[in-house]
Design a protein around this ligand. Structure first.
Ligand SMILES: *Cc1c(COP(=O)(O)O)cnc(C)c1O
Length: 434
């Protein structure tokens, strides 16, 4: 093969082209219920696939270590200004490459190695970066986890406060990956105030709902808020940090809070920012500022409630008995499937329904063989599904759970799902290869 810089991907690399086309078919012919996933617009895809990938721009707008950044500065400033408007943020850093590096930057900015912090227990709904023993957050810092109440499966803010008064953390992380109820960021802030801790909210999952006030927005409340940009925000796979300018606990310091965060991102943890992705974020934020986006976020929650109702009508129990946000966790214990989340995930996969196995609070199985599955509605809502489709999907899921080893039933569900998906093609007029 001779390399010609002007040849298309299709011509240059049939293997990668084939995998992309297959992934497109998989997306088109199945129902995507993983709550952390979504589908981006054609405009976002184009920005991400642009020539902006060519440029080095270490530093920040107006203060770069490389020449030729006048148009890159336009891109990054637009992303920052739109994010500020979307969330009402004082300061925004759009350079983190994903949610985990954004969280790492906050730890790096505000804590010393070995310092104590509190994060949401992973099995009850927290994230790896909130103190899991296998993650940098749990290895390099001292994590005292908080958990949900065993009976209600809800966060108990009085208990968290008691735990915090004992642990004296330097920082408390509020935020979720698998908690189906609204988080009371103000209650967390009261705990932080009572113990003199920084409050970091991680809204990776719910950012879109927060930006549109479908869920409490923590940005006016907390010291620092981190997020991914590819979940409900429906932008490129990336991250972002928002914060107050002033550092409440270090008013005379060399750097204020905003400067500490920026300094931790660059030069603390990374070199050149990915400006093609930052352009994708800017485009997504512009889309998110439009009235249709608020309607979309409201529909995410309506769809989640409809799916939850449908599942419960079929005798499937949900953690906390329902949902207020975009996700729910189904408990398989009463179906005799304790520790069988993986088997259920695989059977649903065969039927064209993508979910992920998940632990339930006080998991009776193990993290590898958990007793729940997690489901969410951001991706199917982007696709145009409404409450009536959610009802059908809930019934289909229940059918698979009740007939896990019956290939005929699973084949039947797969056919129903394919029919449903055909009515809502994804990227229908799309040139997925540019
Ligand atoms: C998804 C998620 C992250 C991590 O994001 P990545 O982009 O996968 O690194 C961090 N925190 C929470 C709460 C998340 O849900």
């Amino acid at each position: 093969m001779s390399v010609n810089m002007k040849d298309s991907l299709e011509k240059v690399d049939s293997e990668i082209t084939g995998a992309i086309k297959n992934e497109h078919t998989r997306l088109n012919e199945g129902v995507e219920l993983i709550p952390s996933e979504n589908v981006v617009s054609k405009a976002v895809l184009q920005a991400m696939g642009s020539i902006l990938t060519n440029k080095y721009s270490e530093g920040y707008p107006g203060k770069r270590y490389y020449g030729g950044n006048e148009f890159i500065d336009v891109v990054e400033n637009l992303a920052i200004d739109r994010a500020k408007k979307l969330f009402g943020a004082e300061h925004v850093n759009v350079q983190p490459n994903s949610g985990s590096p954004a969280n790492q930057a906050v730890f790096f900015a505000l804590m010393n190695l070995g310092d104590t912090f509190m994060g949401f227990d992973l099995t009850a709904g927290g994230h790896l970066t909130h103190g899991s023993p296998v993650n940098f957050s749990g290895k390099q810092y001292n994590c005292v986890p908080y958990n949900v109440d065993k009976e209600t499966e809800l966060l108990d803010y009085d208990q968290i406060k008691k735990d915090a008064l004992k642990a004296k953390p330097k920082m408390i992380i509020s935020g979720l990956t698998a908690y189906p109820r609204e988080i009371d960021f103000k209650a967390f802030q009261e705990v932080c105030d009572a113990v003199g801790a920084y409050h970091m909210a991680d809204i990776a999952h719910i950012a879109g709902l927060c930006a549109t006030n479908v869920h409490q927005n923590p940005v006016p409340v907390c010291d620092v808020v981190t997020t991914t940009t590819h979940k409900t925000l429906r932008g490129p796979r990336s991250g972002m940090i928002m914060c107050k300018t002033e550092d409440r606990f270090d008013k005379e310091g060399k750097r204020n809070l905003a400067q500490k965060i920026d300094f931790a991102v660059f030069p603390g943890l990374s070199g050149g920012p990915h400006e093609h992705t930052i352009a994708g974020k800017a485009v997504a934020f512009l889309e998110d500022l439009q009235p249709e986006y608020k309607t979309y976020c409201q529909q995410i929650v309506k769809n989640a409630k409809a799916l939850a109702d449908s599942l419960m009508d079929q005798g499937i129990e949900l953690v906390t008995g329902g949902t207020d946000n975009h996700l729910m966790v189904a408990k398989l214990v009463n179906k005799g499937l304790t520790g069988k989340g993986k088997e259920v995930q695989n059977a649903l996969d065969e039927a064209g329904i993508t979910v992920n196995k998940n632990t339930i609070p006080y998991e009776p199985g193990s993290p590898f063989n958990p007793s729940g599955i997690r489901l969410g509605t951001p991706a199917v809502t982007s696709r145009g599904f409404k409450e009536s489709e959610m009802k059908v999907i809930g019934e289909s899921i229940a059918k698979v759970i009740d007939n896990l080893n019956d290939k005929t039933v699973i084949e039947g569900v797969k056919k129903d799902i394919l029919e449903l998906c055909k009515q809502y093609p994804l990227y229908d007029d799309f040139q997925i290869l540019g």
